[in-house]
Write a protein that binds this ligand. Structure first.
Ligand SMILES: *[C@@H]1O[C@H](CO)[C@@H](O)[C@H](O)[C@H]1NC(C)=O
Ligand SMILES: *[C@@H]1O[C@H](CO)[C@@H](O)[C@H](O)[C@H]1NC(C)=O
Ligand SMILES: *[C@@H]1O[C@H](CO)[C@@H](O)[C@H](O)[C@H]1NC(C)=O
Ligand SMILES: *[C@@H]1O[C@H](CO)[C@@H](O)[C@H](O)[C@H]1NC(C)=O
Ligand SMILES: *[C@@H]1O[C@H](CO)[C@@H](O)[C@H](O)[C@H]1NC(C)=O
Ligand SMILES: *[C@@H]1O[C@H](CO)[C@@H](O)[C@H](O)[C@H]1NC(C)=O
Length: 508
């Protein structure tokens, strides 16, 4: 089944996936034919270890971490870093419900040098990962042909993930997902980028330029997640919000002069959110963030240290009509040269509940503003990892999309075994994907299989065997059929019929 997946994905996925705030360029876009294209370079020696394995590679979606910038001495660290990432995105969150459809692997190749390059210069590593400057933003790869060859050299490479041996924020979406071993940002970037590549959706955050897929609507008339509206009885209101300023300065801050920009408000909103990301900070006393000269009380997330972090400060007062000033003042001279302001935005909200629903899981119509301030709509306010980089969850629309994307290339039936019984009859037994009652780790969501068996006549079900994973056929029966249906309360619409499978088999 999976070879058809590769062909259909190759044919349909040429769309660019520009991510985490303007990384992209020639690396954007995931194409399965790219991944499997023949390469002239030999693959690096890959030592592959299973991380989380739930079934045979020919009927699972295989994700593999390929280590870069880990020396021979750091092999254990690589396997530990990869395991930490795989556990984080599957243990009780993000992919927890769908993980029986997936395998996670780690492929080690020793690099001559340790770490990732900076200033546009890769180190002597297997895939040549590097940052453009020193800023904590994109991490690019210099040797795509080696990554291709590595991926081709194993069966277990549907989604290759290049894992850079670096403790700080950075990554990339596209043919090869790139992440780092940053303890907080690594898992966040991984689930966001895998959302792009597996579900085939664009962004949900402001200031991007790729908005498409099951979580995005160009207008309230073309919403693909109507089945997930929290109030299905009525058309949801458009949540009232506005984005008066949005920017990606990626600028180093200095103590001589504050960084500031003015913006204007209509003064007709109730509250607002100040979002910004900074890196290189060491203490809350390093930076003062002000709106109209008033300190907003920024405090450092001490778990991050100097790593980049995206701060969200909800301010429970309104912006008055007219001009406002947003400023960032560096107070600690010692971190000049590394302290950086990455991105910022202000969002204004209408009156809570009446005009804007802040309920985390409320699914309705939320406007999202692009880099050119054009409006599209998303399902939830801040629930989804495609918007809130530190959210460990997808919204219901993305989760349904994830189920369908993972199931599509797979067979609900792992295998069928036939056994001859002493009386000449034949017993057929099914192994199904380990979902519903076959899960090893139960989940708090309803799921079920329906199993129907057919004899020679394919339109009469053999009622006696309904919902049994095996059936017995009398001597002389030469063929039989089976229909397996999977249902989950996390899937409400299945246009392509991936939840039903019908097969006929000859008695052997
Ligand atoms: C995943 O990583 C985040 C950030 O380091 C951490 O806060 C969270 O507890 C981890 N979750 C799991 C399930 O490992
Ligand atoms: C976006 O458009 C809205 C509505 O015209 C306007 O109020 C807002 O200031 C604009 N924001 C930016 C960042 O241009
Ligand atoms: C200090 O920062 C300000 C604001 O970002 C900038 O305009 C100025 O050029 C910087 N000065 C130096 C010496 O880098
Ligand atoms: C920005 O706004 C502040 C406060 O309203 C004002 O003093 C300043 O002159 C403005 N700056 C610019 C460049 O317009
Ligand atoms: C078979 O299982 C499905 C799913 O649980 C259920 O809806 C159906 O009623 C069952 N059929 C029989 C005959 O037990
Ligand atoms: C299906 O059942 C109908 C009525 O019971 C019968 O006429 C028809 O021939 C059957 N079709 C097949 C393919 O056995």
């Amino acid at each position: 089944m999976k070879s058809s997946f590769l062909l259909t994905t190759a044919a349909s996925t040429a769309l660019a996936q520009f991510c985490e705030h303007q990384w992209e360029g020639r690396f954007a876009g995931r194409r399965a034919d790219d991944i499997h294209a023949r390469q002239d370079v030999p693959p690096p020696p890959l030592e592959i270890q299973p991380l989380i394995v739930n079934g045979p590679s020919n009927n699972r979606i295989d994700l593999i971490f390929l280590g870069d910038g880990y020396t021979e001495d750091e092999k254990d660290k690589f396997f530990a870093d990869a395991m930490a990432l795989a556990m984080n995105v599957t243990d009780g969150q993000t992919f927890a419900d769908v993980v029986p459809l997936m395998n996670f692997w780690a492929g080690f190749s020793p690099s001559a040098e340790s770490g990732v390059g900076v200033g546009g210069n890769p180190l002597d590593t297997v895939y040549g990962l590097y940052r453009d400057g020193t800023e904590l933003r994109g991490v690019y790869y210099d040797k795509p042909e080696v990554a291709h060859a590595a991926c081709q050299s194993t069966e277990a490479c549907d989604y290759p993930i290049l894992l850079g041996n670096d403790p700080l924020y950075g990554g990339l979406g596209g043919t090869f997902t790139v992440v780092t071993a940053s303890p907080v940002n690594g898992p966040a970037i991984l689930r966001h980028e895998l959302g792009h590549s597996i579900i085939d959706v664009g962004e949900e955050y402001e200031g991007g330029y790729a908005y498409f897929g099951v979580n995005s609507a160009e207008s309230p008339e073309s919403v693909p997640w109507k089945q997930w509206y929290t109030d299905p009885g009525s058309e949801p209101k458009i949540e009232r919000t506005n984005m008066p300023i949005q920017a990606y300065p990626w600028t180093l801050l200095n103590t001589t002069q504050k960084w500031s920009q003015n913006f204007s408000s209509a003064g007709t909103y109730d509250t607002y959110l100040l979002q910004f990301s900074v890196s290189g900070m060491t203490a809350s006393s390093d930076l003062r963030v002000e709106v109209d000269g008033a300190d907003v009380g920024w405090e450092i997330n001490t778990e991050l240290g100097v790593d980049r972090y995206i701060y969200n400060m909800k301010i429970d007062s309104k912006l008055s009509p007219g001009e406002h000033e947003l400023s960032f003042t560096l107070l600690n001279e010692e971190i000049q040269g590394t302290a950086q302001l990455c991105n910022l935005e202000v969002l204004e909200y209408g009156i809570a509940e009446e005009e804007f629903d802040f309920e985390l899981t409320y699914h309705g119509l939320y406007p999202t503003f692009s880099d050119t301030n054009s409006t599209s709509y998303r399902p939830t306010n801040n629930l989804c990892a495609m918007r809130s980089i530190y959210s460990p969850q997808y919204c219901n629309a993305c989760l349904e999309g994830l189920w369908l994307a993972l199931l599509k290339p797979l067979s609900l039936i792992d295998s069928v075994t036939q056994t001859a019984l002493p009386d000449g009859s034949t017993k057929a037994s099914l192994d199904l994907l380990p979902l519903a009652q076959f899960r090893e780790i139960p989940i708090p969501h309803q799921e079920a299989y329906t199993i129907l068996w057919y004899g020679a006549n394919n339109n009469v079900t053999l009622k006696r065997w309904t919902n049994h994973t095996s059936a017995v056929f009398a001597p002389g029966v030469t063929e039989f059929g089976v229909e397996v249906r999977f249902s989950s309360e996390q899937i409400r619409v299945d246009e392509e019929g991936v939840l039903v499978q019908r097969e006929r088999y000859a008695v052997t």
